[in-house]
Design a protein around this ligand. Sequence first.
Ligand code: ADP
Ligand code: MG
Length: 213
Amino acid sequence: MTVDASWAREWLVQSAAVIAENRSELVRLDREIGDGDHGENMDRGFQAVLTAIRDADDAATVSGILKRVASTLISTVGGAAGPLYGTAFLKASGAVAGTAELGSDDIVALLTAARDGIVLRGKAESGDKTMIDAWTPAVDAAERAASDGASTADVLDAAAQAAEGGAAATEPLVARKGRASYLGERAIGHRDPGAQSTALILRVAADVAKDDA
Ligand code: ADP
Ligand code: MG
């Protein structure tokens, strides 16, 4: 489908469903190297997003929708992830302001702004075992795909695949940011929950864009 406001709505509606389905898995991952609330935090936030975008008559653009998502996540998710995802969606909204239909370069700009927002807020670097380890490979893969002339759906698919790979690649890492950093080497062998939720959300973005409807 066209990567426009309908895509953005569908992305968020389906993300809420996927986060709900994966709630206990995200709780399990966060129990292993954190405090076990990531699944609950994200599920609460995305359920609130459903209401926020349903009631948002004014949110007729990708940017407007993402902005509403940002404020909803900031006020409902809590923990480390709330402000981080909130900033990501806020910066993403800014990156596509005034654009009705996103092209490949707009998608790269959206993802880059989201990632940069998380870094600005959380100061994590690649390899710190955080959600950045899913976002940065996604940005890099999207950039490569876009410069190879890939379609918008393929750019999003490249990003999703790279985020999935990035989330899996957090398993052998020692954490240097967030609660998991208190565990030292005991974090080894466990996947970062925020990297996993990022991979889930970016996978939905790609799958929705692939839909013909
Ligand atoms: P909390 O850690 O407060 O319980 P959550 O469990 O909801 O919050 O979120 C934890 C996730 O937040 C981690 O798995 C990691 O991906 C992400 N995270 C934590 N600190 C940072 C940071 N400084 N930069 C980027 N991501 C971070
Ligand atoms: Mg937690």
